[in-house]
Design a protein around this ligand. Structure first.
Ligand code: PXL
Length: 276
């Protein structure tokens, strides 16, 4: 069984970061080791959330793993709360990376043209540096703009996405996958570039007209899980995009749906059936 390490926060209530990554990747048949960077009462879209920062525990925890000779097939980072956590993530990559370790970075920091409340331009710059250490990065268009200095646009064409990719490539990762790319009305999907093959891929599915928190984390977790289960890059991102859209659709059917996250619990069995 493959083993991955995921580094992100625990938002106790809120269905995002580790409370998505752990159940989803485990259900996909991949051992999921967690490194919680902080414990929050809820994610940061709630008011009055509490935060217990765990930054000072991160290195002692990973030092212990090192002394136990633990190895990871992939390291997946999501929401990292501070510049210091980004530095620590870099150090963990350097310590645990082997020739076969997949480094998968979701540079969670912004959406809809705006940085999340905790972040500023300096943080975006550090996140761009972190992305340089990845095999695969999966920014949304807003994050891609903050990391490359390109203007954020609500309406765009394929040339704009290719320009974003050209600039993201310069950061140094092997593969760049931009999420939330809509190239025709009613559609949305992913647009990627593979440096090894020097080729692009594009997958568009039907856009569901609803925005939910945690869907980026769901997409990333499914992508990493699928890659670990041996799916090709194109198949892994296609399954993740379809699953995320199906889960939003399923959530919309629930009359008691919570506002803060999606009902992935209802759709996980279908996802697992699709795996080889
Ligand atoms: O879903 C990304 C995410 C993860 N963790 C926390 C967040 C967010 C997005 O706002 O607030 C704490």
């Amino acid at each position: 069984m493959k083993r991955i390490l995921t580094i992100q926060d625990i938002s106790c209530l809120g269905k995002c970061s580790i409370t998505i990554a752990l159940p989803v990747i485990s259900a996909m048949g991949v051992e999921t080791v967690i490194l919680p960077t902080a414990v929050l009462s809820t994610h940061t879209m709630f008011k009055n959330f509490t935060v217990r920062d765990l930054t000072e525990d991160l290195i002692p925890i990973t030092d212990h793993w090192k002394s136990e000779d633990v190895r990871f097939d992939a390291i997946y980072t999501g929401y990292l709360g501070s510049a210091e956590e980004i530095e620590i993530a870099k150090r963990i990559f350097d310590e645990f990376r082997t020739d076969d370790t997949l480094i998968f970075i979701d540079p969670v920091m912004a959406d809809n043209g705006k940085l999340y409340p905790a972040f500023d331009m300096e943080y975006a710059k550090l996140n761009a540096e972190l992305c340089g250490k990845a095999d695969i990065i999966v920014p949304n268009i807003t994050e891609a703009c903050f990391m490359t200095g390109m203007d954020y646009r609500e309406t765009y064409d394929e040339a704009y996405i290719r320009e974003l990719i050209a600039r993201l490539k310069e950061l140094g990762s092997r593969m760049v996958v931009i999420t939330g790319v809509s190239l025709s009305p009613g559609k949305t999907g992913v647009y990627g570039y593979d440096r090894d093959k020097d080729s692009y891929f594009n997958y568009q599915n039907d856009r569901v007209d609803a925005q939910y928190h945690g869907t980026g984390d769901l997409f990333s977790s499914v992508s990493v899980g699928a890659l670990m289960r041996g799916l090709s890059v194109e198949d892994a991102f296609r399954i993740a995009a379809d699953y995320t859209a199906d889960t939003i659709r399923e959530t919309l059917k629930n009359p008691e749906k919570p506002w803060y996250g999606v009902d992935f619990e209802a759709t996980l069995p279908e996802l697992v059936k699709q795996l080889p």
